[in-house]
Ligand binder design. Structure first.
Ligand SMILES: C[S@@+](CC[C@H](N)C(=O)[O-])C[C@H]1O[C@@H](n2cnc3c(N)ncnc32)[C@H](O)[C@@H]1O
Ligand SMILES: Nc1nc2[nH]cc(C(=O)O)c2c(=O)[nH]1
Ligand code: SF4
Ligand SMILES: [Mg+2]
Length: 218
């Protein structure tokens, strides 16, 4: 393939097709484009976002078009900090894809995005300030401790249509293929109870599971 010298290049961990495993769009058939690098370093992060290769814009389009879905999930790593990502998103939009993004919500996201899934991180609560994302379609907070106060902070600063708590998958020492993932499910249910028993007028919180992990798919 002839590469134009000016063609934008992107750090890509993987491009694959699966079902959206989490949140409001659970079950949606989608192509995942996972970018390398992140502006946070969550200790329990389930993604090796530093193992990437560099692909040109046209190489990405070729891989995407070889798959068979009309929805694209832009993820990472942290896609909101990818330089020139808007050039790729414009090309995808022109081809008619519905674009959703998975973001930690520290930064605004490009205007080409149709649906924003924000997962702000309680561990980095102090980093959420005036520069942060100001609205989302859904918020999913990972329960890695008592995140009750952080949930209330996010309700006030990040208006969204849907609010979810997601159990944290614990990193286990054993990598045995037979062991199933372990999640903070009980803590998550207890927090849902506390959030949803507040006075009327507060957002209602729901459970979001990483259903792809329960199924053993990507
Ligand atoms: C790998 S992140 C990439 C996108 C973005 N950096 C973010 O954090 O939203 C994709 C999703 O996986 C979630 N996630 C990552 N590790 C997890 C874990 N151990 N347990 C539960 N959710 C996890 C994140 O909270 C986010 O919703
Ligand atoms: N099936 C599936 N659904 C997902 N939703 C968000 C994911 C992500 O890692 O961003 C993810 C993922 O890695 N797999
Ligand atoms: S912000 Fe997302 S990609 Fe980055 S370390 Fe945290 S979970 Fe992983
Ligand atoms: Mg994932």
């Amino acid at each position: 393939m002839i590469k134009l010298a000016t063609e934008p290049q992107f750090n890509i961990v993987e491009i694959f097709q699966s079902l959206q495993g989490e949140g409001y769009n659970t079950g949606m058939d989608a192509i995942f484009i996972r970018f390398g690098k992140c502006n946070l370093a969550c200790p329990w992060c389930d993604t090796d976002y530093l193992s990437y290769s560099t692909l040109s814009l046209s190489e990405i389009l070729k891989q995407v078009e070889a798959l068979n879905a009309t929805n694209i999930i832009i993820t990472g790593g942290e896609p909101s900090v990818v330089p020139e990502i808007d050039l790729l998103l414009k090309q995808l939009k022109q081809r008619g894809y519905f674009l959703t993004i998975e973001t930690n919500g520290l930064q605004p996201v490009p205007s080409e995005i149709d649906f924003i899934s924000a997962s702000p991180k309680a561990l980095y609560a102090k980093k959420y300030h005036s520069q942060m994302l100001t609205q989302a379609d859904e918020v999913r907070i990972v329960v890695d401790g008592d995140v009750f106060d952080f949930c209330q902070f996010i309700e006030q600063h990040l208006p969204a249509k849907h609010y979810y708590l997601s159990p944290c998958e614990q990193i286990t020492v054993s990598s045995s293929k037979t062991s199933s993932p372990s999640f903070t499910l009980l803590e998550t249910l207890q927090l849902l109870g506390r959030l949803n028993q507040r006075a009327q007028g507060q957002p209602h919180w729901q459970l979001s599971l990483q259903t792809h992990k329960l199924l053993g798919i990507r």
